[in-house]
Design a protein around this ligand. Structure first.
Ligand code: FAD
Length: 350
């Protein structure tokens, strides 16, 4: 069986950037992607998310940024990725869902069902979309209404005439409330912490500070926080109607879920038909469990993009690089890390 110098898992922004930089360095590799076609997680984003709604998608290396500001993000970005893969002739295989990566002596073996790939190094670029985070609240199992996570947001029509609780203090909660509040019978927005509103335009210094904070967590081996969620919230024109309806009046988290609603800290029950959990995602890294990369603090400790517990492994799109711009840079750094490992091995062989 062929031994690759590198296997990249995932063909979102992070995986494509890594593959581009590996190719530039002449490092033979393959990219394994679980999806049926190009686009990474963007393929699965809800239909009402336009390119105008997203914070900005960085151009992939050596490419222009995707255009079409009023286009649907789940169409524009997949088309952009597809063109990119073709233009650079990137070696993407799909659909291949990796279920585990194991160590075999000096090598790593990547398994997907009954198929496997042997490699000297690994670049993991599996994002977070497949790991929606649903916090536990007492009574959740007895709720008679519907509970869903943003990962399966069906569009605003689904909520017409309903009483909807939206949970979560990030940009997704703000956007979804903007769509739901004008058609719902009523909405209740609950968050654990007081939301942080941005009063001015996006401030790059605040963005950099947010990334530095997550970088520091990952350097210490702590579970990463979301970079895209810590840059402050802003209301845009498309949220004006919801704002006039009072949808952005934030309430503290409910204390428990009752069969017909949620019990607020003051003891009152707010009757609800739907609870929408806009509570974020976690890194999709379960397939790496056999490599024992996690630190005692519960996260994977990284030095740059290199796993401290096993320097053959690079993680991109993880922690501080979980944004399109971060993913781009991480791909470049990871390719350098792979090259450094391969060079070291060659020197030791001599
Ligand atoms: P993804 O795009 O998730 O790609 C991961 C790929 O890995 C997928 O193709 C998937 O099929 C594959 N995969 C997963 N598991 C496996 C497996 N086991 N085996 C094989 N393949 C696997 N960032 C911005 O910069 N601007 C924004 O406006 C913005 N908006 C966002 C809005 C939402 C709702 C969310 C959730 C995130 C947003 N982000 C934004 C973050 C951004 O989308 C990602 O951080 C960025 O695109 C990097 O993606 P990625 O390559 O790490 O992951």
């Amino acid at each position: 069986m062929e031994t690759y110098d590198a296997v990249v898992i995932g063909a979102g922004q992070a995986g494509l950037s890594a593959s581009y930089h590996l190719q530039r360095r002449g490092i033979p590799h393959v990219v394994l992607d679980a999806d049926e076609s190009p686009g990474g997680a963007w393929r699965h984003r809800w239909d009402s998310l336009t390119m105008d709604d997203v914070h900005g998608i960085a151009a992939l290396p050596d490419a222009d940024a995707p255009g079409t500001p009023d286009g649907r993000a789940n169409q524009v970005v997949p088309a952009y990725f597809s063109d990119y893969e073709r233009a650079h002739d990137l070696p993407v295989l799909r659909p291949v869902r990796v279920d585990r990566v194991e160590e075999r002596g000096d090598l790593l073996v990547v398994h997907a069902g009954d198929r496997s790939w042997t490699t000297r190094t690994l670049v993991n670029a599996t994002g977070t979309w497949t790991q929606p985070h649903l916090p536990y609240y007492p009574g959740a199992a007895d709720f008679r209404g519907e509970q869903l996570h943003t990962v399966s947001y069906p569009g605003p029509e689904h909520f017409a005439g309903k009483r909807v609780v939206v949970v979560g203090g990030g940009a997704s909660a703000v956007q979804l409330l903007g769509e739901i509040a004008p058609v719902a019978a009523d909405t209740l927005w609950v968050t654990r912490r007081e939301p942080v509103w941005r009063t001015d335009d996006f401030n790059p210094d605040a963005g950099r500070a947010a990334v530095a904070l997550v970088e520091e967590r990952v350097r210490r081996g702590l579970p990463p926080a979301s970079v895209v969620s810590v840059t402050g919230l802003a209301l845009r024109e498309q949220e004006r109607a919801a704002s006039l309806l009072g949808a952005y009046e934030r309430h503290p988290m409910f204390s428990r879920i009752e069969p017909d609603g949620v019990r607020l800290p003051d003891g009152e029950v707010w009757p609800a038909d739907v609870i929408l959990w806009a509570t974020g995602f976690r890194p999709a890294v379960n397939h790496l469990a056999p490599l024992h990369l996690r630190s005692e603090h519960g996260g994977i400790q990284l030095d740059g993009t290199t796993a401290v517990a096993d320097p053959r492994v690079q993680l991109v799109g993880y922690g501080p690089s979980a944004s399109t711009i971060g993913a781009n840079r991480a791909g470049r750094v990871a390719a350098r890390g792979v090259a450094a490992w391969l060079a070291r091995r060659d020197t030791e062989d001599v």
